[in-house]
Design a protein around this ligand. Structure first.
Ligand SMILES: NC(=O)c1ccc[n+]([C@@H]2O[C@H](COP(=O)([O-])OP(=O)(O)OC[C@H]3O[C@@H](n4cnc5c(N)ncnc54)[C@H](O)[C@@H]3O)[C@@H](O)[C@H]2O)c1
Length: 435
């Protein structure tokens, strides 16, 4: 049976068992040579690791700064397709590195142009690569980093289509035991989120029967300037492009999708729903057929017939911005909100409690969680106890993709059907023309 997938290609139904994507990719990864990570041998416990950053926009600047603030890392190399981004990042990080006594980034380690990442990962000054380019490029940037024997902090999502997820899974397999690879889901390092999910897993609210997840936020800024080519506008405005971003559910809302998978210890078996562009009609440089949705409404079905609702928006919405998850169990209720609180409420009151009393599960501070996560990564590198978060990152990215596929096809999509689809954007962009 065939239907249309997210990019208009055919989706085939199949009967692949759940989590088969992990096993399948395990065999693909065999026999590929990667350079060994030199870090454990080269770095004494008190010497700073060299960080190379691919993609020098908002998150590259923030994450790079947080590595400097929280870990024993110096900025060693920078890459972006655009020269103005490299220059701005150079000025920012030189100032921050000098303040920490590391000195400026060598001019020879500043790379612009589409293929500059190849030189960055090859640099002997780089031990750890931060990938903060648009998600469409993540598979290529991860593959190159792992092949060069570098540790990686890969921002979410890992890819924007199923084919990209499979490439990432393969690179993750190659990295396993040789280098550390973290994926940018900082909520997993937050005290409030961690405690709540641990208490759910410990059985405090009993078996989950229903869930609710939501992500409401404002519109995003346009990056157009007079005289830009269509391609430059498209790359600078990648967040509005389905293929470059994966759509709002894959690029942005994925954080709440990840929390639900984490709480459920699973991925959904199917998804259905709808989405639309009520307020987002046009963005310069983005082909009309590739414009991202500005709202979503989905039902995810998890094993055991547990239903989880998902709604999101990304349009002018100054009045209400919130991300959160609610889990209703047979013995109680758990709630995690991006701006706090994280709470557990039990049906059966305990001594000293009133019905409906919420128990605080811990402080929610996602800025602090980023630093905690970065420290964990650097500790894993320095100790040689390498961590690999690729499989989880792929599972959550695929969970967002199945939602996009459901709304694009207008049909219920099963996990197996998504895996068997030939969901592959494969854009033929002439990035060399960007300089
Ligand atoms: N974990 C989080 O909470 C969080 C928050 C924000 C963004 N992110 C993620 O970080 C990544 C970057 O997002 P952002 O907000 O910084 O976007 P951005 O547009 O501000 O920055 C992206 C940068 O990548 C550059 N770029 C474009 N194509 C490139 C290519 N082929 N090679 C190298 N560089 C290229 C752009 O010029 C730009 O400077 C995305 O994956 C996004 O989802 C994560």
């Amino acid at each position: 049976m065939k239907e249309k997938s997210s990019n208009g290609t055919a989706v085939e139904s199949s009967s692949l068992p759940r989590r088969n994507f992990v096993k399948k990719a395990a065999t693909i990864g065999a026999g590929v040579t990667i350079l060994p990570a030199s870090t454990v041998f080269t770095y004494a416990a008190n010497s700073a690791l060299g960080l190379g950053i691919i993609g020098l926009g908002g998150r590259g600047t923030y994450d790079g700064g947080e590595f400097l603030n929280n870990t024993d890392v110096r900025i060693a190399a920078l890459h972006d397709v655009f020269e103005d981004k490299v220059k701005a990042a150079q000025a920012n990080f030189d100032r921050k590195c000098e303040a920490k006594g590391y000195g400026k980034i060598p001019e020879s380690n500043l790379f612009k142009g589409h293929r500059g990442f190849e030189k960055l990962v090859a640099s002997k000054d780089v031990d750890l690569v931060l990938v903060t380019s648009p998600p469409y490029f993540h598979p290529e940037h991860l593959e190159a980093s792992v092949a060069a024997g570098k540790h990686v902090y890969l921002e979410k999502p890992v890819a924007t289509d199923v084919a990209g997820c499979m490439r990432v899974l393969k690179a993750g397999k190659q990295a396993d035991g040789k280098v550390s690879v973290h994926v940018g889901f900082q909520k997993r390092y937050d005290e409030g989120y961690r405690n709540t999910i641990n208490r759910i897993h410990a059985g405090e609210i009993g078996a989950i029967v229903l869930g609710q997840s939501f992500y409401y936020t404002n519109d995003l800024g346009r990056q157009n300037k007079p005289g830009m080519s269509d391609l430059e506008s498209r790359i600078r405005n990648w967040v509005f492009d389905m293929a470059l971003s994966g759509d709002i559910i894959v690029e942005q809302n994925i954080h709440i999708v990840d929390v639900v998978n984490w709480a459920m210890k699973s991925h959904p078996i199917k998804a259905s729903g709808s989405a639309g562009r009520a307020l987002r009609k046009q963005v310069d440089g983005i082909p009309a057929s590739m414009l991202t949705n500005d709202h979503y409404m989905l039902t995810y079905t998890y094993p055991g017939d547990v239903h989880v609702s998902f709604t999101s928006n990304q349009f002018r919405n100054k009045g209400y911005r919130q991300q959160g998850e609610r889990f209703f169990g047979v013995d109680g209720f758990a709630e995690t909100m991006q701006s706090g609180p994280a709470t557990i409420t039990l049906n059966q009151v305990r001594e000293g409690q009133k019905t409906g009393d919420r128990m605080d599960a811990g402080k929610v501070d996602l800025h602090a969680a980023v630093g905690t996560k970065m420290k964990a990564l650097v500790d894993s590198i320095k100790s040689g106890k390498y961590e690999n978060q690729v499989e989880q990152g792929v599972e959550t990215t695929l969970t967002s993709i199945i939602g996009r596929m459901a709304v694009t096809s207008g049909r219920e999509i099963t996990w197996d059907r998504m895996l068997k689809s030939n969901d592959n954007w494969n854009l033929k962009l002439n990035l060399e023309s960007l300089g």
